[in-house]
Design a protein. Structure first.
Length: 443
């Protein structure tokens, strides 16, 4: 896929043009691969929390309480993501995008491989749960920095008319990572249950070391963001990025956060909570994982298409259509999942992921265009990672708690979800549209 650099076709410029195109392809590959690897690690945990961890780390509890506890550790990682966005955003806005990206990848790789080596509670008691929680928090901190850096280094290199598409490569990494995670866990689940729960589930976590090595090879070869380099000489004179974001751009933080929640509630409900709930209601574990794996392809395709379209049709119209579709499908999706049929679950997750992709494609560019260059890493990360905590992190816990309190009914879950999506749609309508502005001119 070609990204026009706008270099004139004059003698001496052809070589530069070729080099620029090669660097742009390398940057997009880094953004995609790095994000895919990070989300493979992060979402692998989500799948394990739904199927494996209730038995390995919380086996003494009832099925409902074990699921609640496992989702609690899942939420802890999401809670750490905004802090990761602030910490990595600080250094990304003050020191550079590239360095923050390298550290984030190493941190999440360490956490994921260590989870794969972690003894169960049957072996070392409650210490296993404490270590699991700490490693999940480290994962959350690292992913909190990964998304913002991967997105910004792509969008800040891209021509103005293709910013939405370039920024989406960080988001395209999410469904690709989800596909890898679901596929890896699916292969492991083909083992007999005794082998799967004793050692098979660990293999996908340990395989992360191979992916991290590939990602680091690509990431070390990219160049720093040219927009950041323009501000680099003034770095020491700037205010602390998080303080400037909260004091000068509070309205955009709130609006960006609410808009991002629309996509991330779908992620939490469809890709995490629904998996656990469908299995509890009788759907086969392997069938559910098959459907989740295929749905990641749907998410990737819809994210790609909506990202391409948003550079022509606008960010807000496409995301608005996705939120309206989510409002209309929320309750039907819950009924399909509750049926206990693997086929009904497959329909629910396929449609849900298509809707999520429609919102996800333009989202990265939309958030980046809310903030100026000097605080863009911090501002965009705070919105996206805060939404990850509220939307994806706590949604499975809240849904599980509501279902447990109402004796298995999903009616109240549907009402709460639809209400949240309506608020997100209103926030989108009130948000500024920076698509037509030069990134360097956004203040």
């Amino acid at each position: 896929m070609s990204m026009d650099t706008g270099v004139a076709a004059v003698p001496g410029a052809v070589k530069s043009n070729t080099a620029d195109r090669k660097q742009m392809r390398r940057i997009l590959a880094s953004s995609f691969l790095g994000s895919a690897i990070e989300f493979y690690d992060f979402l692998l945990y989500a799948t394990a929390a739904a199927i494996v961890f209730p038995k390995i780390f919380f086996h003494g509890l009832s099925p409902a309480m074990a699921s609640f506890a496992a989702f609690g550790t899942l939420a802890a990682g999401y809670t750490a993501r905004p802090l990761g966005g602030i910490v990595f955003g600080h250094f990304g806005d003050r020191v550079g995008r590239k360095g923050a990206l390298i550290v984030s990848m190493l941190a999440i790789g360490f956490a994921t491989v260590t989870i794969g080596l972690l003894p169960s509670t049957a072996q070392i008691g409650p210490t296993a749960v404490v270590l699991l929680l700490l490693l999940r928090i480290l994962q959350g901190l690292a992913v909190g920095g990964e998304w913002g850096g991967a997105m910004l280094i792509a969008i800040e290199h891209a021509p103005g008319g293709k910013r939405g598409f370039a920024a989406s490569f960080a988001n395209l990494g999410a469904p690709a990572g989800s596909l890898l995670a679901a596929g890896a866990m699916l292969l492991a689940s083909l083992l007999p249950d005794e082998q799967f729960f004793s050692w098979g589930w660990r293999v996908p976590f340990l395989a992360s070391v191979v992916l991290i090595s590939i990602g680091m090879f690509v990431r070390l070869r990219i160049s720093e963001s040219p927009m950041f380099q323009q501000f680099e000489v003034e770095a020491e004179k700037r205010r602390i990025p998080i303080i400037e974001v909260l004091t000068r751009h509070p309205r955009n933080v709130v609006l960006g956060l609410l808009v991002a929640i629309s996509q991330l509630t779908i992620s939490g409900m469809v890709a995490v909570w629904a998996v656990n709930f469908a299995v509890q209601n009788g759907a086969g574990k392997t069938d559910v994982l098959n459907a989740k794996t295929l749905s990641a392809i749907v998410l990737f395709l819809f994210t790609f298409v909506s990202a391409r379209a948003c550079d022509r049709l606008g960010r807000k119209p496409i995301m608005g259509a996705g939120i309206i579709a989510a409002i209309a499908f929320a309750y039907p999706m819950l009924l399909l999942v509750q049926s206990g049929s693997a086929f009904s679950f497959a329909i629910a997750i396929m449609v849900g992921q298509a809707i999520q992709g429609t919102i996800l494609g333009p989202l990265a560019a939309f958030l980046a265009e809310l903030f100026p260059t000097k605080v863009r890493f911090t501002g965009a990360s705070l919105c996206f990672q805060g939404a990850s905590t509220l939307g994806a992190g706590f949604t499975p816990v809240i849904a599980a708690a509501i279902v447990a309190a109402t004796g298995g009914s999903v009616a109240l879950v549907g009402i709460a979800w639809i209400a949240a999506l309506v608020v997100c749609f209103i926030a989108l309508l009130k948000s500024p549209d920076g698509q037509r502005q030069d990134l360097a001119e956004i203040r």
